[in-house]
Design a protein around this ligand. Structure first.
Ligand code: SF4
Length: 394
């Protein structure tokens, strides 16, 4: 592990653990098809024996394990490689970051080639050492649409299914429809162009530079894309004999993870970018999980807050729970410990940015958008929720 791995703000992975208030964080990226039961057990063991036992589902569909020492994080890295959970080359491991529609291969409405395209793309990315200079946070997605609507998967570069092929999305722009091979080639070309950039190396950081990059690699016909849909994960029955299980605030314990492993048999666990998991349909209920669509916790999002992060000033999950009954069905309230917005870096119906018991409020936006009402207290927030949000019927 290099010294650079200790730099704060580094995107954590197995080779680059990041220091937080409760210890080092390590992230494990799932295989394209999801985790096997033995891999899930190995991760639960790592979390309980070497970390503080808390595991988080990230909005990139990864598992984040908390509370490691630097030595135990190194040990976790070696275990993960042994269990087939990571590439032994740190630069290649970073290029495994391909997020796939979680119902690929199960949902008949999801493009039938979604998982195969993701495997091909990942193999090409791993083989392309020219991309080694991309930042650790750079990620790719393959969005097959279906029950989880097209546009729900976000990443720096996304291959998005169209009725007659694939389009490549990057920083708010989309290419024309391409066939599969052309689309993968386009992703590699755009990735390489960002790898060659001296400063702005991620599309979200500067729209005009992104447009220049796309034009430079031959996508002069790029179009502006629509904003991603506000999307609530459906718990319960899913296509393909699957079951959607919600995980409150995306946080679970090692024993919760063991429980999921025991339900899998020869099946696989898929992590969604909406802090939930896709399991086989016969998965039993567990009190720690969200299994009913009426559960109020489906309407709220919050980060680890003051217990795990030095930037937070309060337990934002508690604040979100206190407000959950004020959020109408179908709406999403995000309470963030700071402007970084880790728990939900997307648009929510209402976003609160907490600071010592007061809140800046963004309507229909994310933490980075213009504040609609500044410096409000909880009673003010309740008034805003009841005045501004109306039930959204499915
Ligand atoms: S949103 Fe801010 S306070 Fe919350 S975990 Fe991220 S950096 Fe920490």
């Amino acid at each position: 592990m290099s010294d650079t791995s200790l730099v704060r703000g580094w995107c954590p992975d197995l080779f680059a653990p990041m220091q937080a208030r409760d210890g080092f964080l390590v992230r494990i990226r799932p295989p394209i098809e999801g985790f096997e039961a033995d891999q899930v057990r190995a991760i639960a063991l790592m979390a309980s024996d070497h970390g503080n036992g808390t595991i988080e589902l990230t909005n990139r569909g990864n598992l984040q394990l908390r509370g490691f020492s630097l030595d135990s994080a190194r040990l976790a890295g070696r275990t993960a490689i042994k269990c087939g959970l990571a590439d032994q080359n740190p630069a290649r491991e970073r290029r495994r970051a391909v997020l796939v529609s979680p119902l690929a291969g199960y949902d008949p409405a999801c493009h039938p080639d979604t998982a195969a395209v993701a495997r091909k793309l990942q193999a090409e990315l791993l083989a392309d050492d020219r991309l080694a200079s991309l930042p650790g946070k750079f990620g790719w997605g393959v969005d097959g649409g279906g029950l989880f609507p097209v546009g729900a998967i976000s990443a720096d570069i996304v291959l998005q299914a169209r009725p007659d092929g694939w389009s490549v999305l990057c920083g708010g722009f989309a290419t024309k429809v391409l066939d599969e091979a052309q689309a993968i080639e386009a992703v590699l070309a755009i990735s390489f162009a960002f790898a060659c950039q001296s400063e702005v190396k991620r599309p979200a950081h500067n729209a005009s530079i992104t447009k220049d990059v796309l034009e430079r690699v031959g996508f002069l016909d790029c179009l502006q894309t629509m904003a991603a849909p506000i999307f609530t994960f459906p718990v319960g029955k899913l296509p393909g004999h699957r079951r959607g299980v919600g995980v409150p605030f995306g946080r679970l314990s090692a024993s919760d993870l063991y429980f999921l492993a025991e339900q899998l048999g020869k099946d696989r666990l898929r992590i969604t970018p909406w802090r939930s998991v896709v399991m086989p349909e016969n998965t039993k209920n567990h009190p720690g999980f969200i299994t009913e669509a009426t559960d109020l916790r489906l309407r709220i999002e919050a980060c680890i807050g003051v217990s795990g992060c030095e930037r937070a000033t309060e337990d934002v999950a508690q604040t979100a729970l206190a407000l959950a009954s004020d959020v109408p069905p179908g709406c999403v309230l995000h309470v963030s410990g700071c402007v970084k917005g880790c728990a939900h870096p997307r648009v929510a119906d209402m976003t609160l940015i907490a600071r010592n018991g007061r809140y800046d409020v963004v309507r229909n936006g994310c933490t980075k958008d213009t504040v609609s009402w500044a410096d409000r207290n909880l009673p003010d927030i309740r008034v805003l929720l009841s005045r501004e949000l109306k039930e959204i019927k499915a």
